[in-house]
Each structure stands twice: as C-alpha cells, then as structure tokens.
Design a protein around this ligand. Structure first.
Ligand SMILES: Cc1ncc(C[n+]2csc(CCOP(=O)(O)OP(=O)(O)O)c2C)c(N)n1
Ligand code: SF4
Length: 346
C-alpha cells in the first residue's frame, strides 16, 4: 500500500495553480505576504506529497489567513495556537506533511510557549514565520520582534523592551532546520521552502516580510539596490562568508568574535574567511551566526543557519505505541477506564 502511494506521488505532476484556492486574497496591495504565497504555490509541486496529504495550519493575524489561499487542507485556528493544533494533526495522522503559517505576534508572543516546545520535541512540522516586526491585523502595535525604541500606536514614546531574535530562539529551543529568507528574494525563498519540505524534524524558516501599511521599509536596507549588498550575507554551505557590492568584505572568526575584514587591504584574503558549514555538529558557530543581527556592523545572514537530524517526537511516539501494543495487546476503553486505579469520592 505504502509503495503504491509513493508510486502515485511520483506520477502526479502538479503545477502552482493546483495549490491556489478559489478564495479572494484579502491582503493590502503590496503586502509581502503575496510573495510568500506565490513562492509556496510555486514550490509545492516539488514537496513530493499528494495535495491531499498537505495541511496548512495557522493562528490569527494577516499572515494567518494563508491556509485560506492554499489549495490544500488547512485550519485557521485561534491566536497563538498554530503549533498546538499542528502537533495534534501530526500525531493523529503522522503521514501528513504539516506546515504552519504564522506571524511574529502569533508565534512569538501569545504562542511562544507552544513554539519552544514544538522545537524542543523536534516534531516533524514546518514553520514559516512571517516576520514583519509588527502586529498587522490589529493595526500596528509593537510585536515581540519590534526593535527597542520603536514608536508605534502602543508605544508612542518608543518600546522599552528588547526584541526576540527568532533564529536564536528556534536554535536554542532545539529546532533541527533553521533558515531565514526575505519576501523580495523570491528564488532564495523557493529554495528554503523546498529544503524545509524535505527535512525530517522541526524545520523553521523566518521570512522578513514587509507590512506596507504599519511597518513599511523595515527591511529596506536588505532589499534596496543601493544598500543591499553591504548589509546582506547569503549563507551557502561550504562557501566563505563574503559580502559587499564588489565581494570585497568577509567575516573572520577571531576566537568566538565575528569580525568584518576588508579583502582588498593587502592584509586579509579570502583564505581568512569563515567557511559556512550548515551541518556543523557543534552548535557554537550556528549560535554565533544567529547573533549577527544583534551586533551592530555585521551583515544580516539569510540561508540555512544549521540543520541536523535527531529522532522526532512523532516518530518515537508512534514507535512507543506499537511497542506497547505488541507487549500488552490492543487496549480498550473499558480497560482504560475501569482498571484497578479507580477510587470513589464520597
Ligand atoms: C486570544 C487573542 N488575543 C489577541 C487577539 C488579537 N490579535 C489578533 S491578530 C493579533 C496580532 C497579529 O500579529 P502577527 O501575528 O504579527 O501577524 P500579522 O497580522 O502581522 O501578520 C492580535 C494581537 C486575538 N485575536 N486573540
Ligand atoms: S496590514 Fe500589513 S501585514 Fe496586514 S495585509 Fe496589510 S500590509 Fe500585509
């Protein structure tokens, strides 16, 4: 049966259109969410799954409208609970490919608890975090990723909070595939989505997404022609960390400190640069990379920060059920409810 389904999977040839629903898209014109939707629909035919086996789960927010627009199964849940719902869906039917579309408010504020535990357990889920560093749907209050000092409707004198660094958080919590991309980097985003679809374990992609209405230009230094090259660092496995319009800047590790070097100063060369290893078994370098956005003067990395394999929660959970069943036989509701551990309260 399994082989038959695998055979069908390879025979079915979808196009992007097969992954579009007939629901009118209701985001503001120019919203970065459109690009995420388009790249997802473009790459979905290559996810290697039948449409019927793909589920998109969300919470509440502009970004969380995403499942409506996908021609797959979907579940628009309640605010912050996407990871909890997705966990349930995955455990009830582990054969499904379960994706989460979520916002920085949805996943990192009210949903923060569910997020870290999904990462810790390494549940076989794919999380796409639409990070616009603001609450979009509720009209522009600051979010847990808004920069300190940000003036918004809920912080008229500037926030006095330090923001979450989503990549650092996912890494520390135990996610096994951690990547970042940008709404404007369409090819790059397609690659990240495709790679996440193939990962077994918790895959986390942070997408910098422009909210044209409430936080326009938050990532313009990474997307505008004039500034992009000097601020963006594209991580590629096995390649040295090099950036700049003329590829004349590199990153060198000085002990545990990343420093920018000038590759044309006659002192440094490409051989001094840190070479990216996304499969590095030691988490230290991945952690240093995740901190680049916290350190002024360093470029912002996009790409796969780190990936590795370890047992998944759903895999071990199903294995345990089978082991116990083979030892004790199939349980019944009566046995569960009326075993010896019952007592009466008078
Ligand atoms: C329990 C609960 N608390 C608060 C809200 C109000 N609320 C709806 S969406 C949202 C924030 C959405 O921001 P984000 O997740 O960043 O998504 P975006 O709209 O920016 O895509 C909030 C606070 C709610 N719907 N339910
Ligand atoms: S409010 Fe912002 S995030 Fe929401 S649809 Fe409009 S542009 Fe997009």
């Amino acid at each position: 049966m399994e082989n038959k389904i695998d055979e069908i999977k390879t025979q079915v040839k979808y196009t992007a259109k097969d992954f579009a629903s007939d629901v009118d898209v209701k985001w503001c014109p120019g919203c970065g969410d459109y690009s995420i939707l388009a790249q997802t629909q473009r790459t979905s035919p290559d996810f290697g799954e039948l449409k019927e086996n793909i589920v998109w789960i969300s919470g509440i927010g502009c970004s969380s409208r995403f499942p409506y627009y996908m021609g797959t199964y979907g579940f628009h849940g309640i605010h912050g609970r996407a990871a909890a719902i997705a966990t349930g869906v995955k455990l009830v039917n582990p054969k499904l490919q379960v994706w989460i579309a979520t916002g920085d408010g949805d996943m990192l504020s009210i949903g923060g608890n569910h997020f870290i535990h999904a990462c810790r357990k390494n549940i076989n889920l794919k999380i796409v975090l639409f990070n616009n560093q603001i609450y979009g749907l509720t009209k522009g209050q600051y979010s847990p990723t808004s920069e300190k000092g940000k003036i918004t409707k809920s912080s008229p004198y500037g926030t006095v909070e330090f923001p979450f660094n989503a990549i650092k958080l996912a890494d520390a919590a135990g996610a096994t595939f951690i990547a970042r991309t940008i709404d404007r980097e369409t090819k790059h985003m397609q690659e990240m989505l495709l790679r996440a679809s193939k990962h077994v374990g918790l895959a986390f992609i942070e997408v910098y997404q422009n909210c044209v209405i409430f936080n326009d230009g938050a990532f313009s230094h990474l997307t505008d022609k004039e500034t992009k090259a000097d601020n963006l660092l594209v991580l590629e496995h096995g390649k040295p960390l090099v950036f700049g319009a003329n590829k004349d800047k590199g990153i060198k590790l000085d002990g545990l400190n990343p420093v920018v070097i000038n590759l044309n100063d006659g002192v440094h060369s490409i051989n001094d640069c840190w070479v990216h290893d996304e499969f590095d078994a030691n988490p230290t370098r991945g952690f240093i990379l995740s901190r680049f956005t916290d350190i002024p003067g360093l470029p912002t990395p996009i790409g796969v920060f780190r990936q590795f394999n370890k047992p998944t929660f759903d895999g071990d959970y199903m294995k345990q059920i089978e082991e116990v069943k083979s030892k004790k036989g199939k349980g019944t509701y009566e046995k569960l409810m009326f075993n010896n551990n019952i007592w009466e309260v008078n």
